[in-house]
Design a protein around this ligand. Structure first.
Ligand code: UT7
Length: 326
């Protein structure tokens, strides 16, 4: 096959706030219980950012960890894409703060806002920059502090989310384009703005001039999630000319254990190939997939040569999937 560029994973890293909040602690503040939260969502605990911990500080720590894991220096990076819906400020972009924190003064850094699908959208976007030849190495980051946009009196949402950040380094490498060769093989992105009211934040600079709080019709989101993500996954598999049996590791967005299980079942992916971290982190929105990748790489599950499917669905609605040969 003719030579082409592919975006290959060089490293992965993650960062979590210092403070853990258990379900029992939440049950002392709102009318809920450890049993309800575990049964309905699979969540046992979540990390919550404290003083001095922001989306950009978590993103910077995750980026530094990914660079160490890749054996690279900050100066090797010429593209930073941060998927986030909880930036430190309305502007400038969190990505430019990460760029400055890393001491990088060349290249380009920008944020990408696709809520829980943010990391998949960021991977797909960085992949296009790298494959075009315009950039050589990208830090692709998902970073969030959803604790700062939660209504802590609303038990239907405040028990579900947490804070954190994860990052991967993608590098443009010459490739023969074969199915077994490393890199991003396919990515599919979708959105449909008609679903805004099912998952949104009720504030913003141009409307209320406040940050606002997350509002969600959980049941409605649940109802759409499985069909939407399995649709884009089938698209990626078709692009690659393989079926779900070829997937070594399924790393879904971590919103709800029941959504993860239902999606895996519908695709015929056995549970032992599914990476689950929602129990430890809760739903960290754009950070959930890179946090899960970091755990599964570092504990030895995801190895070089493995076929990894990532997927997410979130506010907008937005949804997407990417198939990556590690
Ligand atoms: O990241 C992408 C976006 N987010 C998601 O993907 C989340 C999608 N949705 C979900 O994960 C689930 O719908 C939830 C976990 C949010 C809720 O699970 P559910 O099985 O859909 O429960 P429900 O909303 O139907 O609520 C069942 C009951 C209700 O009481 P009634 O009306 O049956 O009397 C709720 O009021 O549970 C009640 N409830 C709670 N009870 C204790 C809702 N929240 C709580 C709570 N503790 N925290």
């Amino acid at each position: 096959m003719a030579s082409q560029l592919r975006s290959c994973v060089r490293g992965v890293g993650a960062a979590l706030p210092a403070h853990v909040v258990t379900n029992d602690e939440l049950a002392r503040k709102v009318d809920t219980s450890d049993e309800w939260i575990r049964q309905r969502s699979g969540i046992a605990q979540r990390y919550v950012a404290g003083e001095g911990e922001t989306t950009s500080t978590l993103a910077t720590r995750a980026a530094e960890a990914a660079l160490r894991n890749a054996g690279l220096e900050a100066g090797d990076i010429d593209l930073i894409v941060v998927g986030t819906s909880t930036p430190d400020y309305t502007f400038p972009a969190t990505a430019t703060q990460v760029q400055a924190n890393l001491g990088i003064t060349h290249g380009v850094a920008f944020d990408l806002q696709a809520v829980c699908s943010g990391f998949v959208f960021a991977v797909a976007t960085a992949d296009k920059f790298l494959r075009s030849g315009s950039n050589k190495r990208a830090l692709v980051i998902g970073a969030e502090t959803f604790s700062r946009i939660l209504d802590w009196n609303d038990r239907t949402t405040c028990v579900l989310f947490g804070d954190g950040a994860g990052a991967i380094v993608l590098e443009a490498q010459e490739s023969d384009g074969a199915f077994l060769s490393p890199g991003v093989i396919s990515a599919r992105l979708r959105s449909d703005g008609r679903h805004r009211a099912k998952l949104f934040v009720d504030g913003g600079p141009s409307t209320t001039q406040t940050v606002g709080h997350l509002r969600m019709e959980g049941k409605e989101v649940f109802r759409h999630a499985v069909g939407m993500v399995t649709d884009v996954i089938h698209g990626c598999l078709a692009d690659a000319g393989c079926d779900a049996k070829a997937i070594d590791w399924f790393v879904p967005h971590q919103a709800n254990r029941r959504i993860i299980d239902a999606s895996a079942d519908k695709l015929g992916i056995p549970r032992e190939k599914v990476v689950v971290t929602v129990d430890q982190h809760g739903n960290t929105s754009a950070a959930s997939i890179p946090l899960a990748l970091d755990i599964a790489v570092k504990d030895g599950r995801i190895k070089k040569g493995d076929l990894v499917m990532i997927e997410a669905m979130g506010g907008g609605f937005t949804w997407g999937a990417a198939l990556i040969r590690w």
